[in-house]
Design a protein around this ligand. Structure first.
Ligand code: SF4
Ligand code: SF4
Length: 100
């Protein structure tokens, strides 16, 4: 049996003890719809990158490179703001056979 901590050894709640812990949470597990990106329609305006609340849009030197499905929650904001309809939200069940 694990040794129990005394009251004054238990960490105080609501405190972030190290930086960057959000990286450990793979919020893509929450997704019910998946944004699917069509490179042929994209004009690299970066609107999707700017508005994505999870920094799940991958870009390099202002060139859209795709979507990080480990963190994308499937909110659909990127698809809504895209001026070229280059991102389509599709049911996650269509991809359930695939491994990420
Ligand atoms: S669906 Fe939402 S979380 Fe996923 S890439 Fe688009 S804006 Fe980001
Ligand atoms: S918003 Fe649409 S056109 Fe602009 S970078 Fe994103 S996918 Fe490409």
């Amino acid at each position: 049996m694990a040794e129990l901590k005394k009251w004054n050894e238990v960490p105080i709640g609501g405190i972030i003890t190290e930086p960057g812990t959000a990286r450990k949470y793979k919020t893509g597990d929450w997704r019910v719809k998946r944004p699917v990106y069509d490179r042929s329609k994209c004009i690299d305006c970066m609107m999707c990158w700017f508005y994505c609340p999870d920094l799940a849009i991958i870009q390099e030197n202002s060139v859209m490179k795709g979507i990080n499905y480990f963190y994308c929650k499937g909110c659909g904001i990127c698809a809504n703001v895209c001026p070229r309809n280059a991102i389509e939200m599709r049911p996650e069940t269509e991809f359930s056979h695939e491994e990420e």
